[in-house]
Design a protein around this ligand. Sequence first.
Ligand code: SAM
Length: 249
Amino acid sequence: MAPTNDVLVQQQKESRHQEAGHKSLLQSDDLYQYILETSVYPREPEIMKELRERTAEHPWNIMTTPADEGQFLTMLLKLINAKNTMEIGVFTGYSLLATALAIPHDGKIIAMDINRENYNIGLPMIEKAGVAHKIVFHEGPALPVLDQMLEDKEKLGSLDFVFVDADKDNYLNYHEKIIELVKVGGVIGYDNTLWNGSVAVSDDAPMRKYVRYYREFVLRLNKALSADPRIEICQLPVGDGITLCRRLF
Ligand SMILES: C[S@@+](CC[C@H](N)C(=O)[O-])C[C@H]1O[C@@H](n2cnc3c(N)ncnc32)[C@H](O)[C@@H]1O
């Protein structure tokens, strides 16, 4: 017998996907697993699989870009013919490797992270893939690097794509700087803009401490991006939510 509507609603309520703080935004784990097993894992380059499996052993593995989002970034970068790119927030380098593999041989990635140790975990795989020459890694906070770039007129409007996946409390500060560095028609991708689904629950809903802390910043960012006339935007429920911003002028 098919379940009644009431039973289905109850089942949905019981699903852990209804919890604020759960990372997958799909309706069920099975659906997400279906996407991974059907379209993502069979197409994932062997070297990215190696890095994903190595990263899974890391105690902070929750920070890595999921494989379906890596595949999305790869497709996007190729569609826009990205060559000069930037990434803020590298961790062990899954999205960085996806980017390095997607851009041409003479493409460049300015990559930034306050933690070089984690980057060093992924570096042997980036080298093995033959794409390390495309990456200029800056260890340290991203804002001073952006400020330095803004002083160089040649760097203004020079980037085809920027992926921002670091400290959420600085996203709006990053935006004001990156908008000058990305070319007109170029794309900025802000990661985690659905912030574990917490953006759509009430203020007093139970959620983990770090989810609650950054939630305010993500809510503010989403409002600001939506109201920013300099960009057109598209917010996608891929991974933890990614908002693509295309610079208009
Ligand atoms: C979510 S992880 C990045 C995940 C990465 N894109 C991947 O594919 O695995 C966030 C990273 O941002 C870095 N980070 C935090 N604050 C930063 C800052 N102010 N400047 C640059 N990187 C920062 C952290 O060290 C961490 O590695």
